[in-house]
Design a protein around this ligand. Structure first.
Ligand SMILES: [Zn+2]
Length: 399
């Protein structure tokens, strides 16, 4: 009987994959805010707009798939009840446990799909099964499976870099410059003065960042409380900056509003200027609250003493563009880059990289943090700062 069950499970795996794909698609179309989830991952993740374009295309392709798969999906719904008692899941888990050596990612994905059917999308183990499937997946192949798993995770409300990873995979075959991707840069033809050609808000927006911070100031009434936690270091070179992705649990409280830290990244020199002068670098901590509103905490890095925290980051940062790496046994607490005093300048602004989306509140700390000259020189991007943007009547607050 067990053997028969196993066989049956292997056979329905294809069906389950189809289910994951359909599930992701349905959830996307049902939840437009998933789109925001994707953009917001990205103050520094940068190519958000083009990723969104790709998503739209991908969704269209997926829809075709889903239509093809609809009969199978219906069948799946019928099969679903038979999974509800958990017997199949238990058996399949036992089967996977009994496998010698590496579990192939499809099986892990199948496990996720089975959990999804048995326990639902909100079940933490469902989520971790899909996450594991992602970790195991080979980036050079199985794009569809990966995207299906990512979509399922995103639909379950998990932060995953759905498009970045799916899209990066697609691009690999095309070559970086030759493909259909809209490119942007900090100099040359696709430099900041031309971003507006491809990303209208960058050119037409009236509340753009960064700013030259200079008085007169209005009084800032905002109180900040930083509560960042130590976690595994997840770091990447996205071709525009060094970015550290942060696991859920680190927060910035602005008055009573709680913002979750998503990621932080660096610009050289600092994008913000104080009285017309940039600092050596700036760290941007990108947060989002439950309503999807973004807030960026800026820590200006001033040339001075060696910075221990920066050493940890630079030692582990990939030298060239590529996916996130998680070096073993390296822990990092973002607090180590934040000064104790949180007095600040604040203003309404935008993402400082395309698509330059507005509605982002900036808090630039007055207290700077030291970085050694050599550490600045070791940052792999010579210049990755957007020029300061017109104030257009905005008020800058200070406390
Ligand atoms: Zn930034």
């Amino acid at each position: 009987m067990k053997k028969y069950l196993r066989l049956m499970v292997e056979v329905v795996l294809g069906l389950l994959l189809a289910g994951a794909l359909a599930f992701g698609y349905w959830s996307y179309t049902g939840k437009t805010h998933a789109m925001h989830e994707l953009t917001d991952a990205s103050e520094g993740m940068s190519e958000a707009q083009e990723e969104l374009d790709k998503l739209t295309k991908e969704l269209a392709e997926t829809k075709e798939k889903v239509d093809e798969l609809e009969p199978a999906a219906k069948e799946l719904a019928a099969v679903k009840d038979s999974f509800a008692n958990g017997v199949v899941l238990q058996d399949y888990e036992a089967f996977i446990k009994a496998q010698k050596g590496q579990i192939i990612s499809e099986r892990q994905l199948g496990l996720g799909a089975l959990r999804l059917l048995t326990k639902g999308a909100q079940d933490p183990e469902t989520v971790s099964a899909f996450q594991k499937a992602l970790e195991m997946a080979e980036w050079s192949s199985r794009l569809k499976s990966i995207c299906a798993a990512q979509n399922a995770l995103a639909a379950a409300g998990q932060k995953v870099k759905v498009l970045a990873d799916c899209a990066a995979e697609k691009e690999a075959g095309h070559g970086k410059k030759g493909g259909h991707a809209v490119h942007w840069d900090y100099a040359g033809e696709m430099g900041p003065e031309n971003w507006g050609d491809e990303f209208p808000t960058c050119g037409k927006g009236l509340k753009q960042s960064p700013l030259n911070i200079t008085g007169p100031f209005e009084k800032s009434k905002d109180t900040l409380v930083v509560n960042y936690k130590e976690g595994p270091l997840k770091i990447l070179n996205n071709g525009h900056t060094i970015q550290v992705n942060v696991e859920p649990g680190s927060t910035l409280k602005i008055n009573k509003d709680v913002y979750n830290l998503l990621q932080f990244h660096f610009h050289r020199p600092s994008e913000e200027q104080i009285d017309g002068k940039p600092m050596a670098m700036v760290a941007h901590f990108v947060h989002k609250n439950a309503e999807g509103k973004l807030a960026v905490l800026g820590v200006l890095l001033n040339e001075g003493k060696d910075n221990e925290a920066i050493n940890v980051l630079w030692d582990n940062a990939p030298k060239s563009e590529g996916p996130e790496v998680m070096p073993e046994k390296v822990k990092f607490n973002p607090t180590s880059l934040v000064p104790a005093a949180l007095t600040h300048y604040s203003y309404e602004g935008s993402l400082t990289t395309p698509p330059c989306t507005e509605g982002v509140n900036f808090y630039i700390l007055k207290t700077t943090v030291d970085i050694a000259k050599k550490q600045v020189a070791d940052f792999p991007f010579k210049r990755n700062a957007r020029p300061v943007q017109p104030l257009n009547g905005r008020k800058i607050n200070a406390n």
